[in-house]
Design a protein around this ligand. Sequence first.
Ligand code: GLU
Length: 480
Amino acid sequence: MRFAPSPTGELHVGGARTALFNWLFARKHGGAFILRFEDTDVERNRPELIEPILESLRWLGLDWDEGPYFQSQRLALYREYAERLLEEGRAYPCYCTPEELEAKRKRALAEKRTPLYDGTCRRLTPEEREALERQGRRPAVRIVAPKEGVTVVEDVVRGRVEFDNRELDDFIILRSDGRPTYNFAVVVDDHTMGITHVIRADEHLKNTPKQLLIYRALGATPPVFAHVPMVLAKDRTKLSKRHGATAVLEYRERGILPEALVNYLARLGWSHGDQEIFSREELIEKFSLEAIHPSPAIFDEEKLLWLNHHYIKTGDPRRLGRLVREFAVKKGFLSEEEAQGVGEERWARVVELFRERKRTLVELAEAAVPFVVPDPERVEYDEKAVATWLTPERAPLLQGLLGTLKDVPEAEWTAPQLEARIRAWLEAQGRQLKELAQPCRVAVTGTDRGPGLFETLEFLGKAQTLKRLERALQLVEKQP
Ligand code: GLU
């Protein structure tokens, strides 16, 4: 199997799905997964994209067994194969200049014919060729194509697709500057790399008859083809930038977990009954080409978030904690020093506190910050929450709470023990928990949303809780 991106854009979700399908099939059947960059289009290549593409594959866990190969470094091989075809008479040199070809093309269009090469150089005698060489013309190499009949592509996904050979011309396989054309390089590579199955986007289906012709000329066995339908956006047009994030690394930035994206991409155009959640091992075990759907898949952002939430709810809290910590720093919510002071265990714990409610690592990081920030002065108070809950008439109650909490021994600073104490104290005052809960939550975290009050206090610990309450009481005094 191979994944053969052209480095002309970032790795987007459609490309990543192609890579994933190839990878799954290779892993399932004990094959090799080869990475190959198709970079012979000098004008459109962007070498600076190689590293981000590699990074995207690494992040998704799609490890390759061979490569990355670069077609630009394999030009001698394509030349060698073209020469073999020349010697065997399956290809011929073409001396037509770009100007001559353009004139022929214009004439064909004016006469409402498909502009196919007219075969001028196919009929040249050796003497004529020599004469043209003497003029200093450097030939391109054209393949000898059949002029009638059909070429049949037996595609695993699309079924039998017939192409009329009259649509095919003696197309160029090697340009006069020695660079291969796209279809030729693909076939020479797939053949020499021993590729047995090609899974690729179905925009390449139209290239397949040309590639089959090259296989035939080389006397080589073509691989099995599986052309996978496009990924569409919800509005049923081709998924593109204007629909939002499309690059794999953008999803990473947005706090999506790689296992969630892999699970999501696997289900994009492939299914196994109505199962939605698959571990990587299950995907390898259950993946098959036959279960790829022939109709386009629709990219559904909500479903990706739903899967991400699943993996956030069920993942190892320590690993998630490390990732949340990274985001907290990267997004500038905390300094590296602050994040370091928090400690692995507390990061894991804060994940547990929030994971029922948060769907991405960024949301988790945002929620975690007021809980973990060590300096009480760094707690940001939500203005609306303060105006609603930290009003002057609440000051006595909060003051009373502060006094009560001061008496709690460190060893008893657990959610159930705090609950018992606070409830007992409230009862003695003839007050109710609902009068205290929100003001207290705002006082110690700055917001009126979050996990249970007693869990929050337990997490913050005694010293931090008292400092934050004191600071909040100062705020109350400053209220109009
Ligand atoms: N280089 C092609 C692309 O990026 C893939 C060609 C293939 O898979 O055969 O679309």
